[in-house]
Design a protein around this ligand. Structure first.
Ligand code: S3P
Length: 174
């Protein structure tokens, strides 16, 4: 299959960890867009937010995500806010399949609330984070596939993604 498999969802949903494992088992190339942004700018995401502001970060995220999405046969994990961007969503439609790792907001909050590397977590209160999750949920719902992760362990989530990948691969042969 030529298409990429793109993992989307909130911070703390496991996109990078799971993406890396899926790439290993499928022998596909793996792109972690947040890491690429950091490497190309020689700055951590929290430093980009601090020094240049969120709007600047979002433009970088747009440019780099759109560029990486022009790959093929790759696993791509996007930053949590990337799918909110219309240009990124449109680029995904061209040559990628999107999979949303959906978790309940209580689990997500527990996972991210002590994160030092995520500027939005430092900036927003718990209530505001819950609101952000709610608002984003409506957009994440546009993904091609959704996996309800709350009751699954990592292995089961991976298994489900691999099933999606295999089905898509078979369908693309017909
Ligand atoms: C963000 C998520 C982060 C990173 C940045 C903004 C967001 O990525 O891109 O801190 O808006 O949700 P992860 O989802 O990989 O943590």
């Amino acid at each position: 299959m030529e298409k990429n498999l793109v993992l989307i969802g909130m911070m703390g949903s496991g996109k990078s960890t799971i993406g890396r494992i899926i790439a290993k088992s499928t022998k596909l190339k793996f792109y972690d867009v947040d890491k690429i942004i950091e490497n190309e700018n020689n700055l951590q995401i929290s430093e980009i937010f601090k020094k240049k502001g969120e709007d600047y970060f979002r433009k970088l995220e747009e440019n780099i995500s759109v560029r990486i999405l022009k790959s093929s046969k790759s696993i791509i994990s996007l930053g949590g806010g990337a799918f909110l961007n219309y240009k990124i969503r449109n680029e995904i439609k061209i040559n990628s399949i999107s999979v949303w790792l959906k978790w309940g907001s209580d689990i997500l909050i527990k996972r991210i609330k002590n994160s030092k590397t995520r500027p939005l977590v430092n900036k927003l209160s718990e209530k505001e984070l819950i609101k952000l999750i709610d608002n984003r949920t409506k957009v994440y719902a546009k993904a091609d596939y959704k996996i309800l992760c709350d009751k699954l362990n990592k292995e089961k989530i991976i298994k489900k993604i691999l099933e999606i990948y295999k089905n898509e691969k078979n369908n693309s042969k017909n």
